[in-house]
Design a protein around this ligand. Structure first.
Ligand SMILES: NC(=O)C1=CN([C@@H]2O[C@H](COP(=O)(O)OP(=O)(O)OC[C@H]3O[C@@H](n4cnc5c(N)ncnc54)[C@H](OP(=O)(O)O)[C@@H]3O)[C@@H](O)[C@H]2O)C=CC1
Ligand SMILES: CC(=O)C(=O)O
Ligand SMILES: [Mg+2]
Length: 761
């Protein structure tokens, strides 16, 4: 036993029902395919399909390399499985593997902008599997094999590598080996060990384990120092039961026969087997400062809590995202394929794998950026026992790992299209990140560190109850539902949400003991606007927005979210009857538009119909504040239909006046105008106005009026495929956010987090 503090999970858990809902809500599954060319007119149709399509067909027939220019192949990876080793859950078949494979596909997209599609092949016969896959080469730039059990996976991968001229990579083998090796390089460094003398035990002798042992031996581990175990115990020379050629190749000369015996005095342990296969006694018998990577998914061989109970000197890692040190192949495959695709590598060889492992290991030794700090609850992680490997949300991975892989491919002569300008390549890689996901993640992690009490005004709605449950599950704070107890309890039971267990409070406006204090507060605000006391009482008793806003106004809740059942402007009007604007501020709406890797804030998307010049200048100031709170340095463009005086017009003159007001106020952010939207967003067009004071394309667009703001953001969302968050309400004295009518639970939780973060200032 020891007195080490208990292991803190970085993320709380979720219920089975939430996991099912996550997969079934809206369009079932986790991905869809979206065209990248217009398909609106007869001409589009003729170009995309017959007869126009014949032209690229003939070009490719003449020169196959043109497929990279005229089709999606260059950026497309197939994730292929037969479901014979789904995570650590075992052989559950091709169909059951689909959620994992869809998951891998979206991780490719999310982390490295690699397009990917999952293919589930329904056979356990290695030859049939090979036949099914070998002819798919023309469709893809790479093949990521997943969750195929040993030993068939070795035959399948080997054969497909011979038959296909694109990278074929079994993720469970090499992805795992690369990440585990990266973690181990650092764990050895931290414990002052040398690869040549370190004694390692690996439990599991399947796909992942065999690849790990091979990579580690290539990196300098001595065969005599590594013992492999499987369900029959130690794999020793001379053993005959349950053997195959891959196990035999690593059979140890040893008289130890069980995992427990193997682990006695071992320096390091890799678990690539099954949940619970290691006991605390085994861990207790290891050498000083033991290194334990329990990588079985979804549940490790032994939990960090169990290890902490018997050792206070261990370096502990698991495959999960909810503990420190996640050793999981998600850190590898997206970035490794990114680098391989970018140089059109014909294969992913040992040098590329080692380069990836080293790049990952060294990245963990550097100072971390904010996104990473946010992903760690509490202190900023520093290279050490609790941070031996980067986290998947690390924004540097996208340029560090692909760059290392691409370079190794070029150095070893397998790159079909070497990179000439590495600086340009690095910039291109960074642009592939999805910025808003990082930003939201950062906000959510911050809220987690400083949890708040959020009142969900429409507590009887199913999606609101789900959102409140998820808010609590994510550790964002306390949720309060406004509504009638019986209605909420009934709906919660139907949804399988245990309100009591989650500590979710219900506030019935009519029965609340705070109700007269709220009515009195409201009466003091409205008595000179024609409201009687009983009018105010009715508003508090009968209207959940007035009640919830009063809770926030009087400090019974920290933030509020509403809007699911009521029009935005009506909900806002109700809230504003209870809560004023912040002194010295103006209440406005700011929408966050994310499109093609860019994030742009648009204001005012909620309040001022025809703002005056002064109002426009104040909108610019408020919107710049939001940009800063989101982590962007604002570059504000004051938009109009004209640019710098041409063509002239009344609205444009107002915008120019607003710029002059900002000039007089000496604000501390970049702004200029009036200018048209394309000038604001397009660097080349902006260069036509060399006197323009913006140092780059604008990231805050102040619209000349509400109609242009609302129309443009809604069109971007519907036609341009942009993600639009908001309008976020900015400038209120207390944090309140309003979701769009009919919003889904995930939108409500995000908005609740933004309210708790106080995005509105
Ligand atoms: N963290 C990560 O990134 C990754 C983790 N993994 C995890 O590694 C594990 C194995 O996956 P994979 O190699 O693809 O699967 P395979 O089916 O190829 O191999 C499984 C191996 O585990 C052994 N095994 C199963 N149960 C036990 C046990 N109780 N004690 C000892 N050995 C056992 C099997 O032994 P036998 O040969 O005797 O049947 C077999 O050698 C899974 O839990 C998976 O989730 C895999 C890939 C990535
Ligand atoms: C992470 C992974 O690929 C696995 O557990 O199978
Ligand atoms: Mg896997």
């Amino acid at each position: 036993m020891n007195d080490r503090p208990p292991i803190k999970r970085t993320r709380p858990t979720f219920t089975d029902q939430e996991a099912l809902l996550f997969h079934s809500d809206g369009r079932p599954g986790k991905l869809e395919i979206v065209p990248t060319v217009p398909m609106a007119t007869q001409r589009d149709l003729s170009l995309a399909y017959s007869p126009g399509v014949a032209v690229p067909v003939l070009a490719i027939a003449e020169d196959p390399s043109r497929a990279y220019d005229y089709t999606a192949r260059a950026n497309l990876v197939a994730v292929i499985s037969n479901g014979t080793a789904i995570l650590g859950l075992g052989n559950l078949g091709a169909l059951a593997s689909k959620p994992v494979m869809e998951g891998k596909s979206i991780l490719f997209k999310r982390f490295a902008d690699v397009d990917s599609i999952d293919l589930e092949v329904d056979t356990e016969d290695a030859d049939k599997f090979i036949e099914a896959v070998r002819y798919l080469g023309p469709s893809f730039g790479g093949i990521n094999l997943e969750d195929i059990k040993a030993p068939e996976c070795f035959i399948i991968e080997q054969r497909l590598r011979e038959l296909m001229d694109i990278p074929v990579f079994h993720d469970d083998q090499h992805g795992t080996a690369i990440i585990a090796a990266a973690g181990l390089i650092n764990a050895l460094d931290l414990t002052g060990r040398d690869v040549k003398t370190t004694k390692l035990v690996i439990n599991g002798a399947g796909a992942a384990a065999i690849a790990c042992i091979e990579l580690l031996k290539a990196m300098g581990f001595k065969p005599d120092n590594v013992i492999l175990c499987d369900t029959k115990g130690v794999i020793y020379q001379g053993r005959t039961e349950g053997m195959n050629q891959w196990k035999s190749a690593h059979a140890a000369v040893t008289d130890r026969r069980t995992l427990a015996q193997a682990m006695e005095g071992a320096d390091a342990f890799f678990g690539l087997s099954q949940k619970g296969s290691v006991t605390p006694e085994m861990v207790a018998s290891m050498a000083e400062n033991p290194i334990i990577f329990a990588m079985a998914n979804p549940d490790p061989e032994i939990t960090p809590e169990e290890v902490a109970a018997v050792r206070d000197d261990a370096i502990m890692a698991t495959g999960r995202s909810d503990y420190p040190n996640q050793v999981n192949n998600v850190l590898g495959f997206p970035f490794i394929f990114r680098g391989a695709l970018d140089v059109r590598a014909t294969t992913i060889n040992m040098e590329m794998k080692i380069a990836a492992a080293e790049a990952l290991a060294y990245l963990a030794r550097e100072d971390v950026p904010d996104e990473v700090a946010a992903a760690y609850q509490g202190a900023r992680p520093r290279y050490g026992k609790e941070y031996i490997i980067p986290v998947p949300f690390d924004p540097r991975l996208i340029h560090v790992v692909p760059m290392a892989v691409a370079k190794a491919a070029m150095d070893t002569g397998v790159a079909g299209k070497p990179i000439v300008d590495t600086a340009a390549y690095k910039a291109q890689l960074s642009a592939r990140r999805d910025p808003v996901a990082g930003t939201l993640n950062r906000i959510i992690e911050r809220v987690r560190r400083y949890p708040k009490r959020v009142v969900f005004a429409e507590g009887e709605e199913e999606q609101v109850i789900r959102a409140a449950a998820s808010f609590v599950n994510q550790g964002l704070g306390k949720a309060i539902l406004v509504g009638r107890e019986e209605r909420i309890s009934e709906a919660a039971t139907f949804l399988g949400v245990d309100l009591e267990a989650k500590g979710i409070e219900i506030q019935n406006a009519r029965l609340s003991h705070r109700n007269s204090a709220y009515a009195q507060y409201l009466y003091e605000r409205l008595q000179r606007q024609g409201y009687l006391f009983r009018d105010c009482q009715r508003l508090i008793n009968q209207d959940r927005n007035h009640f919830a806003a009063a809770m926030v106004a009087l400090g019974d809740a920290d933030a509020m979210v509403t809007g699911v059942t009521r029009n935005y402007s009506i909900a806002l009007e109700e809230v504003r009857r209870v809560i004023d604007e912040k002194p010295g501020h103006r209440v406005i709406g700011v929408s966050v538009v994310v499109a093609r890797g860019r994030t742009v804030l648009v204001a005012d998307t909620a309040i001022h119909e025809m703002p005056t010049a002064r109002e426009l200048s104040e909108i610019a100031i408020e919107a710049a504040g939001v940009a800063r709170r989101l982590g962007y340095e604002p570059r504000v463009a004051m938009l109009a239909f004209s640019s710098f005086g041409h063509p002239p017009g009344e609205r444009s003159a107002k915008v120019r006046e607003a710029v002059a007001i900002l000039d007089n106020q000496r604000v501390d952010f970049e702004y200029d105008g009036e200018m048209a939207a394309d000038v604001a967003l397009n660097r080349d067009l902006m260069a036509q106005y060399p006197f323009c004071r913006l140092t780059g394309p604008a990231n805050v667009l102040v619209m000349p009026a509400f109609h242009s703001a609302s129309i443009s953001t809604k069109m971007l969302q519907e036609l341009g495929g942009s993600t639009v968050i908001g309008p976020l309400i900015v400038g209120l004295d207390k944090p309140v956010q309003i979701v769009p009518l009919g919003a889904k639970d995930s939108d409500i939780v995000n908005m609740a987090a933004l309210a708790a973060f106080n995005i509105g200032g």
